[in-house]
Design a protein around this ligand. Sequence first.
Ligand SMILES: Cc1cc2nc3c(=O)[nH]c(=O)nc-3n(C[C@H](O)[C@H](O)[C@H](O)COP(=O)(O)OP(=O)(O)OC[C@H]3O[C@@H](n4cnc5c(N)ncnc54)[C@H](O)[C@@H]3O)c2cc1C
Length: 464
Amino acid sequence: MSRSASRHAIIIGGGASGVLLAYQLLHHPACDFHVTLIEKRPDIGRGLAYHSGNLEHLLNVRVANMSALPDQPDHFWRWLTSRGADTLLCPDPYCFVPRRIYGDYIASLLGPLTSNAGASPRLSIVQGSCVSVSERPTDVVAMLDDGRRYVGDIVVLATGHDTRSSSPGYLDPWVSPASAGIANDDAVLILGTGLTMVDYVLSLLADGHRGPIIGMSRRGLLAKAHRRADPVRIEEREVPFGVDISRLLRWIRGRVDTHVAQGGDWRSVIDGIRPYTQRLWRELPPASKRRFLEHARAWWDVHRHRMAPEVEARIAHALYAGHLTLVAGKIIGIEPNEAGASVRYRPRGQREIRSLEVGAIVDCTGIVKDPRASANPAVRSLFDQGLARVDPLCIGIETSADCAIINRDGVPSRRLFAVGPLTRAAFWEIIAIPDIRTQCAALAAMLATNDEEQQFERFGAQSP
Ligand SMILES: Cc1cc2nc3c(=O)[nH]c(=O)nc-3n(C[C@H](O)[C@H](O)[C@H](O)COP(=O)(O)OP(=O)(O)OC[C@H]3O[C@@H](n4cnc5c(N)ncnc54)[C@H](O)[C@@H]3O)c2cc1C
C-alpha cells in the first residue's frame, strides 16, 4: 500500500501512551492514518496513572516537564493556566498537580477530534477489551472479547502497566482502602515502599485511618522528594557509555559528590543524566544490566522517581508521628486469622525472625515486570503465536530501536509495534511522559514517512 492510500493504525490501550501516539499520527503532516484507539476503561487518557480520584495523588513530575508534545514544552502549563481554577493549585510550572487533572489534559488532546462539531473521520475510539492480535501477510487483526474484529495495516500495543491480580489475602492497591473494607483502627501492612505505597498511605490518611501502617520492602527505601533544582548541563562526550555498571555508578557518584561539594543539589546531576539514560541502557553490557536490576535499581529508583514536596511533607509527618513505620525485611510467612493475619518476617541483615499481627495486607510491590506473567490477553496472544518474545532480562517484550515488536525468531515485525512501559527492555527509561512523548512522536514520524515498500526495505523483508 503506498502513502497516497489511507492506512489504518489500530492502537491497543487508550492510556497516556495510546493517546499521545494517536495525537501524533493524526497531526503529523505526512500521515494519512485512520486511527482506531481501543480502550477497555470508560475514559481515554487516564490509564493506571491518571484515573485516581484522590486529589492528594499528585504528579511525580513537575508541570513544566509534563507537556504531552515534545515540540511544545509549555503545552501542559498553557492548558492548565487557560483553566483559571487550576492556577490556584499551581502558581508556577515548578508545581505538582493532582494526577486526575493530568488525565483530563491527556483526554483533551483528542477532544477536538471527537466533539460533535469537529469529529474527525480519521479517528475512531472503541471501548472494549482486546483479547488477541494477529498478523497476516497483508494486514493485522485485533479481536475484542465481545467478538468485534478490527482489521488494519499496523497494530501498536500501548497496553502500559500490567497490574497483577493480588494474591489471595492481599488487597489491591488500586482499590481505595474504604472500598477494600479496611477498618480505621486496623494495623495495615503494605508490601513495597515505593510510590504506590506512598499513594496508599495518602489514601489511608485521607480516610482518617488511625491504626499503625507498616511499609515493608527488602531495603525499606523511600522515594526522595523533588526540590527546585535545575539539571546540570552534561555534555554527551563526558558520559561513559558502554562501561560496566560499577564504573558507571562510580562516575555518577563522582559527579554528584563534586556538584554537592560546590553547593549544588544531587538532583541536578540525576536530572542532567536523564537525556542520556536510554543510550546508557542500550550500551550497558548485558551482565551489567542484570547487576543493575539486582543491586542498584532500588537505589536508582528512589533518586530518579521522586515525590512532590507536598507529598513528602505528609509522609514525613506520618513517620514522625509513628503512624507510619518503614521496615527493611523479608516476609517469611503469612498466617491468615480471624483478625487479619499473623506475619513473620526477617529484618534485613538479621537472623532473628519477628512477627506482626495485622488487620490487612496491601500488595504495593508494583507493577508486573516479567511479561511472562502478564494477565493481558492481547500481550499473551502475541507470545502464544510467536509474534513476540520476552527480552533476556524478562522486563519487557523485545522491540527494535524503532518500536517494532521482535518475533520468536528475532525478526522485527513491519506491522506490530509497541510504545510505553512495555518497551522498557529496549529503552529502560520509558515509563514517564517526557520519554513516552518523544517515543510516540518518533514512531509517528517514522510511520508517516515510511510507506509500506520502505518498511519492507527497512526490515529486509520481501514485499508481497
Ligand atoms: C500510579 C502511577 C503514577 C504515575 N505518575 C506519573 C507522573 O506523575 N508523571 C509521569 O511522567 N509518569 C507517571 N507515571 C508513569 C506512567 O507510566 C506514564 O506517565 C503513563 O501513564 C503510561 O501510560 P500508558 O498508556 O503507557 O500505560 P497505562 O497508564 O497503564 O495505560 C494503558 C491503557 O491500556 C488499556 N489496556 C491495556 N490492555 C488492554 C486491552 N487488552 N484492551 C484494551 N485496553 C487495554 C488499559 O486499560 C489502560 O488504560 C505514573 C505511573 C503510575 C502507575
